[in-house]
Design a protein around this ligand. Structure first.
Ligand code: COA
Length: 379
């Protein structure tokens, strides 16, 4: 008898299953190509800015000069998170994980945005702008608060990348780091139906609001198999400790069937094009800071995993050592992923609202049938 389902164990984890039509981004896993709205990620990383990419993801085309100026002005005018949200954050336990903080604080933003409710494009766009502007503010403010410092007020003259580093450190980053960080945000902006983006579309598909959909996306991003991998890469490098110790560590991990964080990908079967840029940045930071160990260890792990398993580094692998040498706390790497991915999430939510169909797949039932209820005394 047909169960009416098409999914079988062969599609476990929905690998290869097309679950939505989207014009936002595409991943060619065989050739290692990533495009946003038709533009190659290398072209965007080389020539564009994060704000331009946000416009592209939301509107399907690159902005003209006045459109970009207007978007930047709208985003920067919304940098400050509501005082109530920051006040609530003061009550959070100081040892709370920054991703848990981000998830909770972003959820509470909903209370203070009466203007951003509604799934029509006009209202949803207002919420998208606020979320894009404030995710960085919340992440940076949390790092200050947990360290007993006052949050740094955003500087409206700075772009998202510059402003985030400024609010985190209390001083402006140099032009080199600001540009590199801006490119990091471009690289993480969208990745088709990754787990967190799919989550946001499922929630948006019920016509729930944008804040709820993004809150769910943050929850999905936090997991170590998704965005949480970048923090775990750095923990792994610190645990290994030296280039000399890499070979034995990797052998043991593989023997124990442990996964090496930052390696492998559900879609890419070749080099992740984002890793090409982040490898370059990890090397650049190593040279700039005169600390080559983390880059060299990463290179050796990459080489071993390619030789032994035919696997490649993903976006999280070299971002870890890059951020580490930018003096960013380990557990902020995943919130930074969210500071960027908010652009893709909101783009996908806008797209979902625009052509909505409730997302409701089937499960292949593998449980028992024809059971007869037994009274509790007879079991
Ligand atoms: N280190 C060691 N072995 C790995 C591995 C890794 N990072 N990633 C996958 N493998 C192995 C699995 O152990 C499995 O081996 P087996 O067939 O002998 O059991 C095989 O490769 C397939 O793994 P699976 O997890 O089913 O593949 P996937 O395509 O679903 O995995 C990831 C994709 C990303 C979940 C996986 O590669 C992973 O967990 N990587 C580490 C976490 C990470 O970096 N995540 C960020 C992704 S951007």
């Amino acid at each position: 008898m047909s169960t009416g389902t098409e999914t079988t164990a062969a599609a476990e984890g929905l690998r290869g299953v097309v679950a939505a039509q989207s014009a936002i981004g595409d991943v060619n896993g065989e050739q290692g190509i990533l495009i946003y709205q038709g533009y190659d990620i290398h072209d965007l990383a080389e020539n564009s800015t994060f704000e331009e990419v946000i416009f592209l993801l939301w509107n399907g085309r690159l902005p003209k000069a006045d459109e970009l100026t207007a978007l930047k002005a709208e985003i920067s005018a919304n940098y400050a998170a509501p005082a109530e949200v920051i006040a609530l954050m003061r009550q959070y336990p100081k040892d709370a994980d920054p991703m848990d903080v981000l998830r909770t604080a972003v959820s509470s933003l909903d209370f203070y945005d009466k203007d951003g409710h509604g799934t029509d494009r006009e209202h949803a766009m207002k919420a998208a702008i606020k979320l894009t502007a404030q995710i960085g503010t919340i992440s940076a403010a949390w790092d200050r608060l947990r360290n007993g410092k006052e949050p740094v007020a955003p500087d409206h003259s700075l772009n998202i990348a510059e402003n985030f580093l400024y609010m985190l450190r209390g001083e402006r980053a140099d032009a080199d780091e600001s540009h590199m960080f801006d490119v990091c945000l471009i690289l993480h902006a969208d990745h088709e139906l990754n787990a967190s983006t799919f989550t946001t579309r499922v929630v948006a598909g019920t016509l729930a609001g944008m804040y709820g959909a993004v809150t769910a996306g943050i929850a999905a991003l936090a997991g170590p198999l998704h965005g949480g991998a970048n923090t775990n890469v750095m923990k792994m490098l610190i645990e290994i400790g030296s280039v000399e110790a890499v070979d034995a560590w990797v052998d043991k991990a593989l023997e124990e069937k442990r996964k090496i964080m930052g390696i492998g990908h559900a879609v890419y079967k070749t080099e992740d094009p984002r890793a090409t840029w982040l490898r370059k940045y990890s090397k650049h930071m190593a040279e700039k800071k005169g600390v080559s160990k983390w880059y060299e260890m990463s290179q050796r792990i990459e080489q071993l995993m390619h030789e032994k398993k035919g696997m490649f580094p993903n976006v999280d692998f070299y971002s870890a050592s890059t951020y580490y040498l930018m003096d960013i706390p380990l557990d902020l790497y995943t919130p930074i992923f969210a500071v960027s991915r908010i652009s893709g999430w909101t783009g996908h939510i806008l797209e979902q609202y625009g052509h909505n169909k409730l997302i409701r797949p089937r499960a292949e039932y593998i449980g028992a049938r024809d059971q007869k209820y037994l009274a509790i005394s007879e079991r």
